[in-house]
Structures are given as structure tokens and as C-alpha cells.
Design a protein around this ligand. Structure first.
Ligand code: FAD
Length: 458
């Protein structure tokens, strides 16, 4: 924003460049940078000095005028000593803020507030945040800044449906101001690091993220649906997200997770999405390629060709039979409707939530109808039961599907189904849960992976 002095509105008074006038036509301190304000003060000071030279008797009066000047004694010292030495401004304490101090403090508050906003805020919390931002934009003391902010808010209404969305929106709003002031554009992928987690430089053990790949400073970040079905669970409640989350865990790559709960952030319109520190965006199989190209793939078990073929066959079995039964449980059992809505839709405002839930249900039904001609509840669960039986036999007494010591991709896939089936709230319609419980080894397999890869982190 241009803060040059508005000479057009003041025909009689000329202000130094940079002075911003308030609504009353007078210089506005919180809209003006200190450095510009001091020029104004210096001008005042020169006038006083001239008066002093012309009339010695008026020296006391001049002191009085200066000492009661708008920025006080500290300001006067700066004006007298070196008006152009910006470093001196740091020494000024307890003075009313200029546009920069106020801006810095306000951005600190706004970004920190966004960093601690609930991951999945209630409808009421979303409304409170909206009205806070609306009031903020009316009362922000730098009127010209506030006006600009309000205009931008009209073009880009606040996103309050999740912590991720709010942080991102605020970052973009701040970047608009940065851009207009010729400042650098901030990388919005780093907002948590800047405002919540701190830099990964080892200053704090809990903040330190070990290097993951090629000496990257920051690990990759998985944006997913989350948190889990049960309180305190860090496992995604969405099977597809949990599959990739678990696979990344298997290679012991330290990555961040973000409960984005916003599929539209992904180029495919689906979560999860893995964003690397260089900004590369990976979805689906690209995540697998990333893992396999990474040194971390050494942590995974190696399969023979025959095992690879078997593994693929079991994955396909799970991705059809178990997936259909899971989709049916989530989207087609009326008694499960609210639990599904709580996770996938509740954080959106009404009526968007209804529309999105309707679309998601249709997408689930469409996906099932590609493979099966009619959606028959009994048939779907029967097929899932047969698939579970086959998986149980294949697993036998082993810890993992192929091999005893190290997991492979199939373990991430099967875990993602079984864990979510077992975690989903038990209702009369949760037949799938009972079907899994018939196979003790599958339940044990799921528990062990959870304990080893998720529980240990707490
Ligand atoms: C709503 C609002 C509107 C403003 N409008 C104006 C205006 O019209 N004219 C004017 O002169 N000043 C305006 N300001 C003040 C201005 O934005 C700066 O705060 C001020 O210039 C001081 O800048 P700074 O370089 O110290 O860093 P700031 O911009 O205050 O940023 C503080 C810190 O935030 C981090 N940061 C920077 N960008 C982002 C981002 N996009 N997302 C997350 N973190 C980030 C950086 O680490 C930075 O050090 C406005 C401030 C606010 C709050």
C-alpha cells in the first residue's frame, strides 16, 4: 500500500513523504512508519529551533512544546541525534506503536491464534472466528491498513473450517500486504514451523526433526484426514490416508502429519497428499515411488518375484472386497451416518456440509457399482468375510504377511483396512467389525502394528 503523504487533501499543510493521514485529515501515527514520523518531528523541531534563534525568551516554551510532543522524550533524542538512523528506533521503549510495530505485534497474535485454532473446529467456533475477523478488520487502528484488509476479505472470505485452512488463509492475506509493501513472499508451508513448532535446528529435542532424505533440512509432510476414530489416536480415520501414513512409518522416515481434512487442497481432489520440503506434491503411487527411491526403502522387507505376485493378489482382494464393505459401512448404513458425517463433513458450514456429504456418498456408491452390479448388503459382507478368511490363512502365525521381521507394502494396506474397521464406532450395523474379530491373528496383527508404529511415539 502506498503510504505517501496525501497532499491533495491538505492544501495548507505540507507533510514529509510517508506520512499517512487519518480520516480527520491529520497525520495518523499508527498508519505511519516511525522513520517517516521522525521526519515530521524533525520538521517540527527545526521550526522550534528557528523560533528559539529568533527569540531567546521563548526557549522554555519551545522545550515544553517538544517535551509534550507526540512521541515523547525518546523520540526527541532520536530526532536530535540522528533522524535517519533507523537502528536507534529499537531503543525507543514505551512509545505508542507506529505502523510497523503494530503490524508485527498484530501478525504475531493472528498467526499464533491460527496455529492454536482447533484442528476440527465446531460450527460455533467457526462462527466465533468469523465474527472475530470481521470485527478485527473494523477496529484495526491503522485505518488505511484495515480498509485494505476489509477489501481483501471481500475477495477472499476467511477460511475457518480447520486449523490448516485458517493458517493458510491468514498467510495468504499477510502475503498480500507483504507484496504491496515490496516485502518477500512467505512460504505458507512453513507457517507451523514459524508460529507453532519452531525451527528444526535442534534447539529443542521435541522440535527437532531428523533429516530424512538427501540432507534435506525439513521432512516431508502428509496432509490427510484425521485424527483417528477414537480419542487420542494419531492414525487417520480414512483408510487410504492411513495406508500411506503407515507405509511412511514403516520406512522410519520422520515426516509431519497435518490433519488437513480438506481434499480440495490435493491436485487429485483426494487426500492424502505428501508435500516435500522442496514443494513437490505427491499423491497415490508417487508416494510409493518416493519411498522406494528413498534410502528408507531399505527398512522394508524385500519380496521375491513370486511373493510380489501373491502380495499384489492379496492387495487387490482387499482393495475390492474389504473396501466395498468398508465403504458400505461408512456411507450406506443409516445408523452409521452421523459417525461418518462427524469425521468427513461436520467441520464445513451448513449447507456445504450436506452437499459435500451427498457428493461423497454418491462417489462411494459409484465406486462400488463399477465392480458390482447391485449393492446387496448381504453379498457385500459375505465377500468381505471370504476375503478376511483368505487373509487370515495367508498371515498364519507370522507377524507380517511376508516374512517375520520386516513389514512390506501389503502390511500397510491390510493394516489400514483392519485398523479402521476395528476403530469405527461399534453399532448394530457394524457387521464388519464382528467379521474381523472372528480372526484372532488378524486382530493381533493390527494391534501389534499399532503399538509398534504409533503408540511408541507417545
Ligand atoms: C491487517 C494488517 C494490515 C496491514 N496493512 C499495512 C499497510 O497497508 N501498510 C503498511 O505499511 N503496513 C501494513 N501493515 C503492517 C505490515 O504488514 C508489517 O507488519 C510491518 O511493515 C512490519 O513488517 P515486518 O517486516 O517486521 O514483518 P511483518 O510483516 O510484520 O511479519 C512479522 C513476521 O511474520 C512472518 N511472516 C511474514 N509473512 C508471513 C506470512 N505471509 N504468513 C505467516 N508469517 C509471515 C515473518 O517471520 C515476519 O518476520 C499491516 C498489518 C496488519 C496486521
Amino acid at each position: 500500500m502506498d503510504h505517501s503523504s496525501d497532499n491533495s487533501t491538505t492544501k495548507t499543510t505540507k507533510y514529509p513523504p510517508g506520512i499517512v493521514l487519518g480520516k480527520d485529515g491529520k497525520p495518523c501515527r499508527v498508519c505511519t512508519a516511525f522513520v517517516d514520523w521522525t521526519r515530521r518531528e524533525k520538521k517540527k523541531q527545526n521550526t522550534i529551533n528557528n523560533t528559539k534563534n529568533n527569540n531567546n525568551d521563548s526557549s522554555e516554551k519551545a522545550k515544553k512544546i517538544v517535551s509534550t510532543g507526540s512521541l515523547g522524550t525518546a523520540m526527541i533524542n532520536i530526532v536530535n541525534n540522528n533522524v535517519n538512523n533507523v537502528d536507534n528506533f529499537d531503543n525507543v521503549q514505551d512509545c505508542p506503536p507506529d505502523v510497523e510495530q503494530l503490524g508485527r505485534a498484530t501478525w504475531t497474535f493472528l498467526h499464533t491464534m491460527a496455529a492454536y485454532y482447533p484442528e476440527v473446529p465446531s460450527y460455533e467456533q467457526q462462527n466465533s472466528m468469523k465474527s472475530f475477523l470481521s470485527s478485527f478488520s473494523k477496529f484495526y487502528p491503522c485505518e488505511s491498513c484495515a480498509e485494505h484488509f476489509r477489501d481483501e476479505m471481500k475477495n477472499k472470505p476467511p477460511k475457518v473450517e480447520s486449523r490448516w485452512a485458517l493458517g493458510r488463509w491468514l498467510c495468504q492475506m499477510h502475503n498480500l500486504v507483504n507484496e504491496s509493501l515490496g516485502k518477500d513472499i512467505f512460504n505458507c508451508d512453513k507457517i507451523d514451523e514459524r508460529w507453532k513448532d519452531g525451527p528444526p535446528d535442534g534447539r529443542s529435542d521435541s522440535l527437532f526433526k531428523p533429516l530424512c532424505k538427501n540432507n534435506e533440512l525439513y521432512g516431508p509432510r502428509l496432509y490427510m484426514w484425521g485424527p483417528g476414530w477414537k480419542y487420542g489416536r494419531r492414525t487417520s480415520f480414512d483408510q487410504e490416508c492411513l495406508k500411506w501414513q503407515t507405509y511412511l512409518k514403516f520406512i522410519q522416515c520422520d515426516f509431519d502429519i497435518r490433519d488437513a481434512n480438506e481434499p480440495l487442497m490435493s491436485p487429485s481432489g483426494k487426500l492424502p497428499v505428501l508435500i516435500l520440503s522442496e514443494g513437490e506434491v505427491l499423491i497415490d503411487e508417487l508416494i510409493k515411488n518416493y519411498v522406494e527411491d528413498n534410502k528408507g526403502s531399505n527398512k522394508l522387507g524385500q519380496l521375491s518375484e513370486e511373493q510380489q505376485a501373491d502380495s499384489q493378489a492379496f492387495i487387490t482382494l482387499a482393495d475390492t472386497k474389504l473396501r466395498h464393505a468398508l465403504l458400505y459401512t461408512l456411507w450406506c448404513e443409516p445408523s452409521n451416518e452421523y459417525d461418518t458425517y462427524k469425521k468427513y463433513g461436520k467441520h464445513y458450514a451448513n449447507p456445504i456440509d450436506k452437499i459435500l456429504m451427498y457428493q461423497a456418498k454418491n462417489a462411494a456408491i459409484k465406486e462400488m457399482l463399477i465392480k458390482i452390479p447391485v449393492l446387496n448388503r448381504e453379498d457385500i459382507y459375505q465377500e468381505a468375510s471370504e476375503a478376511l478368511q483368505a487373509l487370515s490363512v495367508a498371515l498364519g502365525d507370522n507377524k507380517y504377511f511376508f516374512g517375520e521381521r520386516v513389514p512390506t507394502f501389503i502390511d500397510a494396506v491390510i493394516f489400514s483396512y483392519l485398523h479402521n474397521i476395528l476403530e469405527f464406532p461399534v453399532t448394530s450395523a457394524n457387521d464388519l467389525n464382528q467379521l474381523v474379530h472372528k480372526h484372532k491373528n488378524l486382530v493381533e496383527f493390527t494391534k501389534k502394528i499399532y503399538i509398534e508404529y504409533y503408540e511408541k511415539e507417545f
